[in-house]
Ligand binder design. Structure first.
Ligand code: TNX
Length: 500
């Protein structure tokens, strides 16, 4: 696959690029069968276990996790950082000939350090079977922290359903790039994908089909959802559930007659049009339904956020949309969650805790700018830059093109901190890359659209602005190719990137 490389080149191929990098030329640390992973703080235990889980199959080494100091110095040690010099999510990584030392103030910081350390090992480290490789790590001091607090990925499991195993596979892939939020688009016209005990037909009926008409139990039980939440947590990722309303609700209306003004269930929908459904804004049963759902989902979700959708409510009048949000946003708060929504919803509230997720292709939006002025944090997902379902070019078979073609360089060449008029660097909460799945059915298809662009979004969300340089970045991205190959990830071999 590749000729043996000077390990020091890997320092310049990290994605995302670290805040501060100090190579130690001529210095290398090498993993041996005796290497231990030593933790001096319990907050590093799960990140340490993740590191061991990745490296045990490929190295064949035991890599025990120890809390007693190892007899020799040949260890990777994860320490606390009581002075919190590295900040909320940052870490300090020091690699010498004799040891690897990580310091971080939080579990998140330790996860981020582990992601960096993985990329400093040869690509074969990611293999699931034993490899004959020298497990060399280049000497360096790295002091790192993110540009933005939110680096997200979204998967639409409503248009096409993805099993928990498929979602876990994606979680593994995104965690490698320091993604810390995973947004699960759970409901839409074509499907309702999460069991709600108080409204069981949502999944019995609404979860029985998808785009294209496949049928089955196409939903997660509450236990399966909890399993996903936990799986994400053990990779440093907070799950954000989305319940899309008042539009995008045909699956709910197909499940319950009382959610329709005429008392007639809607037919299940397996096409890909948007904007044709709306909950009934002036019926009390609508809000009983919404509160039951929010109560159950909030109780199942340890993370602080709940995404309320709110996009493309083209069959809801502006006045009705206002009324709906003015009743529903307090329900989200009552159940202890902070609301995120597609940016349209922000015109209905003055609450500066509400987070608009900007998805349009414009570079100005008066209501989003006004929200930023009031103190709202803005999550950036401009469709012409980070929608992973846009085609790369005219030859891409999968995907859509309503926001244009998005080749890798288009995904890279924008600045989240200046993209939207009136939304400054300090107003930006972060970057999320959504993957809508009207045309996407398998993990191979997810991966073809997501990679490399998800890694590009991760770069924009983490790397310091001063590191923005296409000629540098394209080479770092090219170095991810062998890592994806080892993992069987079917990435798009963009002609813009010098793949290794
Ligand atoms: C728009 S952008 C949508 C989704 C579609 C997507 C396809 C947004 C918040 N909604 O309903 O799946 O375009 O790219």
């Amino acid at each position: 696959m590749t000729t043996p490389q000077d390990p020091a080149t890997r320092l310049h191929e990290l994605v995302p690029h670290p805040a501060q990098l100090h190579p130690k030329p001529g210095t290398t640390f090498t993993l041996t069968p005796e290497t231990e992973i030593h933790i001096t703080t319990e907050s590093a235990r799960i990140p340490a276990e993740l590191l061991a889980e990745v490296l045990r199959p490929s190295t064949g080494y035991r890599l025990p996790i120890t809390t007693e100091p190892p007899p020799g110095p040949a260890a990777i040690t994860l320490h606390p950082d009581p002075a919190r010099k590295t900040g909320q999510e940052g870490y300090h990584l020091d690699i010498t000939d004799s040891e690897v030392t990580i310091r971080a103030a939080t579990t998140a910081g330790h996860f981020n350090a582990v992601a960096t350390l993985r990329q400093l090992l040869p690509p074969e480290a990611e293999a699931r079977t034993e490899q004959e490789v020298s497990w060399t790590i280049p000497g360096a001091g790295i002091l790192d922290h993110p540009r933005y607090r939110h680096r997200g990925a979204m998967l639409d499991v409503a248009r096409h359903f993805f099993t928990t195993d498929q979602v876990k596979r994606y979680l593994d892939q995104i965690a490698a790039f320091k993604i810390n939020y995973f947004h699960l688009h759970l409901t839409d016209d074509q499907g309702w994908r999460l069991e709600i005990k108080s409204w069981p037909d949502l999944t019995r009926i609404g979860g029985s089909t998808e785009v294209g008409g496949r049928t089955g139990d196409l939903f997660y039980t509450q236990d399966e959802y909890t399993d996903l939440v936990t799986y994400a947590q053990t990779r440093g990722i907070t799950l954000i559930p989305e319940l899309d309303m008042p539009g995008h609700t045909n699956a709910a209306r197909a499940s319950y007659a009382e959610l329709n003004r005429d008392g007639q269930k809607r037919p299940l929908y397996t096409g890909t049009e948007v904007g044709f459904s709306s909950l009934c804004i002036d019926e009390d049963v609508t809000y009983e339904f919404v509160e039951d759902v929010i109560r159950e989902v909030a109780a199942l979700t340890p993370g602080p956020y709940l995404h309320i959708g709110g996009d493309e409510a083209l069959s809801t009048s502006d006045a009705d949309y206002e009324t709906f949000m003015s009743r529903v946003l307090p329900i989200v708060a009552k159940h202890g969650k902070r609301v995120i929504g597609w940016h349209e919803f922000i015109k209905t509230t003055e609450d500066s805790a509400a987070i608009p997720q900007f998805w349009n292709t414009t570079t100005s939006d008066a209501t989003v700018a006004a929200a930023a002025r009031r103190g709202s944090e803005v999550l950036m997902s401009p469709a012409n830059r980070v929608y992973l379902d846009m085609k790369y070019d005219e030859n891409t078979e999968l995907g859509l093109d309503w926001a244009g073609h998005v080749e890798v360089r288009d995904a890279y060449d924008w600045n989240p901190g200046t993209h939207l008029a009136g939304v400054t660097e300090a107003d930006v909460r972060g970057v999320e890359a959504p993957l809508w799945t009207e045309t996407v059915r398998t993990s191979a298809e997810v991966e073809h659209l997501a990679f490399p662009r998800l890694a590009v979004a991760a770069e924009l969300g983490w790397a310091p602005e001063s590191a923005h340089d296409w000629d540098r970045f394209k080479r770092a991205l090219g170095a991810q190719g062998p890592r994806w190959e080892v993992r069987g990830v079917r990435f798009h071999r963009s002609p813009q990137v010098p793949w290794q």
